[in-house]
Design a protein around this ligand. Structure first.
Ligand code: SAH
Length: 251
């Protein structure tokens, strides 16, 4: 594993989550998706990180969850958290890449992915993962999206470089339709999902992270990048955000 990857793991592993979100928003999506707490469900959580969403799904639903990530240390942490909450019987981890999933077709009632599909792109995730969903199955993806029709140049430049597929909610809904899904619902994550649940706890870890790595240039560069992203968020949070998209594969 590269040194910079190891540094990113070190910074993010202690976090409650590795992207914007909250238990409350995961619960809201469960409700909007109409998932019944009594029906046995097979769920894949793709790009699960340390399992923020998996743990809520396991707590709320009668589910067998396959939690997938390509970073084994995150999965080890997830297993510890699941065991600490008595949820280990409902979650099994799978170390695999989201672009080469060892799944059979029409295996899952639900595919869940918070803050992660951007790694292969929203449209490709919808297209590729469809095969693994049962007919009538539900997919829940959170995806960074423009919340206004116009953007200041610094914001547009940053995010189109970081993620060329960033687009307006209307255009994201177009992609969903083009990929043959019906929209169930969608909602933008509130600011607390970014600041309280993701950025602030990360900022609180910066000093310990830098100290652990002897204030190395590489560690400082990572902190500076995160800082710049956080400042950009604070300046422009009304213009973009994560949107939870809840969609259904036709029966
Ligand atoms: N869903 C979690 C983590 C989001 S961060 C949460 O909301 O907290 C994105 C996650 O995707 C990271 O854990 C990262 O390791 C994982 N990831 C990135 N590229 C991946 C790939 N190609 N295959 C599988 N997982 C990947």
């Amino acid at each position: 594993m590269s040194d910079s990857m190891q540094l990113l793991i070190d910074l993010h592993l202690p976090g409650e989550r590795q992207g914007p979100g909250s238990d409350a928003c995961t619960e809201r999506a469960i409700e909007l998706a109409g998932l019944d707490a009594n029906t046995p469900l097979k769920i894949a959580d793709i790009g699960c990180g340390t399992g923020a969403a998996s743990l809520v799904l396991a707590r709320r639903l009668n589910a067998q969850i396959t939690a997938v990530d390509f970073l084994a240390p995150f999965l080890a942490e997830l297993r510890q958290r699941a065991a600490a909450q008595g949820l280990e019987g409902k979650i099994k981890t799978l170390c695999a890449s989201m672009d080469r999933l060892p799944f059979e077709s029409e295996q899952y009632d639900v595919i869940w992915s918070e803050g992660a599909v951007y790694n292969i792109g929203f449209e490709r995730g919808l297209a590729d993962w469809r095969a693994y969903l049962k007919p009538g199955g539900v997919m829940v993806l959170s995806e960074i999206s423009w919340l206004s029709d116009t953007r200041p140049p610094e914001l547009e430049a940053h995010w189109t470089a970081a993620y060329p597929e960033i687009d307006t909610v209307a255009n994201k809904l177009g992609v969903i339709e083009r990929q043959g899904y019906s929209l169930v619902d969608h909602f933008a994550l509130p600011e607390s999902c970014w600041m309280q649940h993701y950025y602030q706890p990360m900022m609180d870890r910066f000093d310990a992270f830098l100290a652990k790595h002897g204030e190395s240039d590489e560690a400082r560069a990572i902190v500076e990048l995160e800082h710049a992203e956080i400042e950009l968020y604070q300046r422009h949070k009304d213009r973009f955000g994560y949107v939870m998209y809840i969609v259904r594969k036709p029966a």
